[in-house]
Each structure stands twice: as structure tokens, then as C-alpha cells.
Design a protein around this ligand. Structure first.
Ligand code: HEM
Length: 358
């Protein structure tokens, strides 16, 4: 009797167990059976849902700022890693490299002298408006460069020396200077472009000047017009680089208003590239920041070399942007064709020379 009851109980339990196992959803079904939180967003599993959130998939928010619908923006991690990693490291090497190369050049070549000695007679090289444009551009660029480098490297270089409070005060002041002086730089850049673009178009003499390496290592000076090929390269680097840092700087100053990269990538895709064109506003900002910094650091390295050659590196050069008058022998050695042009005009009553007594 008892044995029959136990057998019946076991049979019922067996049926219940087998039945519940057969009816219960598998783990995979549990994720796909309509219970997934991201279902409405098109996710087909929990893991896919969270992966997409992790990769910045936007959800819906009821406030006007649609960007707040992005819960996690993982490109931010990549951007920070690039900015604080290779961008900062290569930038530091480029700046340090420029200084080391110039110091080595100075040690080997010394100061480039006026080969025939000063003539004691000067010739007008740059008018007041040209010097104004140069110093507006140069003065603002130097402040922008220093305050910009402080934003990139200040925390590593200055905080250990002056402490966080002084660093915060300096950086806040520097940030205002950086924002406002950018407009002075853009004005100087535009004025210099208008004044000098005509003198910076390629000319056949540039080829010869470059083939002779600008005469920088020997004592012979290849003929050059108002600007030699090296100066023309500098001019176009400053103009194109300056325009580029200006545009990306404006994009950083007025955030989320531009789509430079999406549009540029669409243009480049014409050449068969497969660059993404549907960048989010946040990705646009990150690319602007990386681009702004990379171009600016490159330009600073170039300008360090320019400042060297325009002051310490070459006797007689600074006067061109100081008083605007250069020694005639300096002019004949470095810009012989230009002197001939000026002398031809002078014969027609155009330009004037000054003796030191004037
Ligand atoms: C203390 C800083 C600087 C010094 C001492 C300096 C010096 C000079 C000198 C002497 C010239 C005339 C060269 C000649 O007569 O052939 C010149 C030209 C020029 N400078 Fe500067 N400069 C400085 C900063 C800058 C900066 C920051 C920029 C751009 C952001 C710049 C851009 C130019 C350009 C485009 C030219 C015309 C092309 C050339 O001569 O190379 N300069 N500079």
C-alpha cells in the first residue's frame, strides 16, 4: 500500500519536472522574448543593448537638449587617450626637436653674417602697415602659443612648481587671453595675406633657390625676389595653418555649431575613401580639438625656427621688421632681384634710400 503511494508520488513528480523543463524558456529565449529593456531601440539582447549604450547610442529625453540622451559616450575615452597620449607626447618631441636642431645649427653654422659687411646705407624693406600686420599676427600668436601650451602641458609642468591654486588662476586668465586674442591673430593673418600674397606666388627663381638649399650652408646666396622660396613656404604654412587653427578654434569656442569633419570626409570619400560622414556633434568637437592642437603645435615648431632666423640666426634680418630699413648689402645678398626691382623703380622716382645720417 505504502509502496504504491510512493510510486504514484514519484510518477507525479517526474511528470511535473519533465513538464516544467519542457515549458521553461531557454536562456536565449529569455533575452529575446520581448523582455529586453532596449527592445524599443532595436536591440535583440541585453548584451547588445548595453554594448550600444556603451558605444554612445542615443536614447530619448524630454528636455530640449537631445545630446543629453546619450548616456555613455565611449569615444570620449578614445579622445582623452589620444589627447593625453600621442598628441601630447609627439607635440613635446616636435617642440623640443625644433629647439635642439636650431641649437645644433647655431653651433655648426654660427650667426649668418653680412658677407660684405654693412654698407651703412639702408633700403626700405617693409612699410609701417606691413610691420603692423606682422606684429599683430606675431604678438597675438606668441600669446596664443604660450597660453595654448599651458592648457596642454601646464598641469605637468607648472602644477609641481607653483601649485594648483596659482596654476588655476594663471590658466583661467590665459584662457580668456587665448579666446580674445584669437581675433587679433585672425585680423593680422588676414591683413598679412592681403599685403603679401602677391609676393608669395611661385616663380621660376624659387626652384633654383631651393636647388641651392637657399645658400644656407655655403657662402653663395642664390638670387631671390622680395621673398625667397623658404619664406614663401613659411608664408603658406602660416596662412593655411593659421586659417585652419582659426576655424577649428572658432568651432571650439562656439561648441556644437559646425560639421567640418563630416563635410570634409564626405568630400574625401569621392576619392574612394570610406570615412564616416554621420559624425555626432560630440565627435565633431573631439576631432576639432585634436586637429586644433596638432596644427597649432606644428606651427609653433615652425615659428620657433622663423624667430631664430629672423633674430639671433641672421645678422641684419631683424631690422626688416624693426625699423623697416635694412642694410643695402644685406638686401643685395639675400634678395638681389628685389633690390634690382627697387632700384629700377627708384630710377623712376619711386623708392628712397637712407644714409645713417638721415
Ligand atoms: C619674435 C618673433 C618674431 C620675429 C623676431 C620675427 C621676425 C621676422 C622678420 C625679421 C621678418 C622679415 C624677413 C625678411 O625681411 O626677409 C619676418 C617675416 C615674416 N614673419 Fe616673422 N617674426 C616673428 C614672429 C612671427 C610669427 C609668430 C609669425 C606667424 C604666426 C610670423 C610670420 C612671418 C611671415 C609670414 C613673414 C613673411 C615671410 C618671411 O619673411 O619669412 N612671424 N619675421
Amino acid at each position: 500500500m505504502i509502496a504504491r503511494r510512493i510510486a504514484t508520488l514519484l510518477a507525479v513528480l517526474t511528470v511535473l519536472t519533465v513538464g516544467s523543463l519542457a515549458l521553461a524558456p531557454s536562456p536565449a529565449q529569455a533575452q529575446t522574448g520581448g523582455q529586453v529593456p532596449g527592445d524599443s531601440l532595436g536591440a535583440t539582447s541585453d548584451s547588445q543593448f548595453w554594448r550600444e549604450i556603451r558605444q554612445g547610442m542615443p536614447g530619448q529625453v524630454s528636455i530640449p537638449n537631445a545630446r543629453a540622451g546619450v548616456l555613455i559616450q565611449s569615444e570620449g575615452d578614445n579622445w582623452r587617450a589620444v589627447r593625453n597620449g600621442p598628441l601630447s607626447v609627439y607635440g613635446a618631441w616636435a617642440l623640443l626637436g625644433a629647439v635642439v636642431v636650431l641649437a645644433a645649427f647655431f653651433a655648426i653654422r654660427g650667426r649668418i653674417r653680412i658677407a660684405h659687411g654693412p654698407a651703412g646705407v639702408t633700403i626700405e624693406r617693409f612699410k609701417a602697415v606691413e610691420r603692423f600686420a606682422h606684429w599683430l599676427m606675431a604678438g597675438s600668436f606668441i600669446v596664443l602659443g604660450i597660453t595654448g601650451l599651458n592648457i596642454l602641458y601646464g598641469r605637468y609642468v607648472l602644477i609641481p612648481v607653483i601649485g594648483p591654486d596659482a596654476f588655476a588662476a594663471i590658466t583661467q586668465f590665459g584662457k580668456f587671453a587665448h579666446n580674445y586674442l584669437s581675433f587679433a591673430f585672425m585680423a593680422g593673418l588676414a591683413l598679412a595675406f592681403v599685403l603679401w600674397v602677391g609676393h608669395n606666388l611661385p616663380h621660376r627663381t624659387d626652384l633654383m633657390w631651393m636647388l641651392k638649399g637657399g645658400g644656407i650652408l655655403g657662402s653663395a646666396h642664390p638670387p631671390a625676389r622680395k621673398f625667397n622660396a623658404g619664406q614663401k613656404i613659411l608664408f603658406w604654412l602660416v596662412m593655411l595653418g593659421g586659417l585652419s587653427v582659426s576655424l577649428s578654434g572658432i568651432a571650439l569656442m562656439f561648441p556644437f555649431e559646425t560639421a567640418y569633419f563630416g563635410k570634409t570626409f564626405a568630400l574625401l570619400n569621392v576619392f574612394g575613401l570610406q570615412l564616416p560622414t554621420d559624425l555626432t556633434a560630440m565627435q565633431e568637437m573631439q576631432l576639432n580639438q585634436v586637429w586644433h592642437t596638432a596644427v597649432a603645435v606644428f606651427l609653433i615648431a615652425v615659428i620657433i625656427a622663423h624667430i631664430y632666423i629672423g633674430s639671433l640666426g641672421m645678422e641684419g634680418a631683424f631690422d626688416a621688421m624693426g625699423s623697416g630699413q635694412v642694410d643695402l648689402n644685406w638686401a643685395r645678398e639675400h634678395h638681389s632681384l628685389w633690390v634690382e626691382e627697387v632700384e629700377a623703380r627708384e630710377a623712376g622716382g619711386g623708392a628712397r634710400r637712407h644714409s645713417p645720417a638721415e
